[in-house]
Ligand binder design. Sequence first.
Ligand SMILES: [Zn+2]
Length: 279
Amino acid sequence: MIIDFHTHIFPPDVRDKREEYAERDPTFAEMYADPNAKIATAEELLASMDYAGVNVSVALGFAWREHELCVRHNDYILEAAAKSNGRIVGFCTVNLAADEAAGEIVRCASAGAKGVGELRPESQHWNVNGESGARLAGLAREHGLLLLFHVTDVGGHEYAGKEGLQLGAFYRFAMEHTDIPIVGAHLAGGLPFAMPDVPQVSLTAIADTAARRFLYPESAYMDFIDRWGARRLLLGSDYPLVTQATQIEDVRTNLRRVAERDLVLGGNAARLLRLSKRA
Ligand SMILES: [Zn+2]
């Protein structure tokens, strides 16, 4: 079973009117104002999954600043997931700085969302290590939701949409909440390599491989597994930025031990999402 834990879909009108949305949201503008930046719909994701042999994809929301835009995007993802026969798993996104955020998380959880993400506390101006983060962790615990954060390395190279959550803040959050499933996107911002001296033994966070080719050398896969183990890495493409076929090939090429490769390509995700083998 192949599960892509990190894909992005948008309602078609966001792509059709990208200039309008770019004016409303600076993070969206940074990543998608360029007409060449790919924006995919649910139908395109399903076609990509057929082509690449992906059984299940996690469709993530976008960290809009405005609550109303988060809600509309959540509706689209929840509907796509509901219609997909289990092929799309929906994650919702909220801005924790909004008063209505907690209610929206509860609404999405009861409509079938399995997690919250891709979260970008810094772009949305709320503190993951403060009261907002504690509230989020409490909701995740209460409703059995996973949390997925965009995590960035400190230093490293610049890219559109880099801001999100710096790894020091991610580390503190993950250390405080080892009882809930927390995913650090993009190899957790390189946390296992960047902070080798801080205690990571009690850390239970997991990571995905999203956009590996733009961020780390190929050797990062085995370095990661040496430090955190193969049970803590999830296939994630960052589709449509990277095609699913390309990302799967990247994992297959770099993970030579079959048991580890199977865990990363789908075993770990199936366990986390509590999916049966049949999907
Ligand atoms: Zn990201």
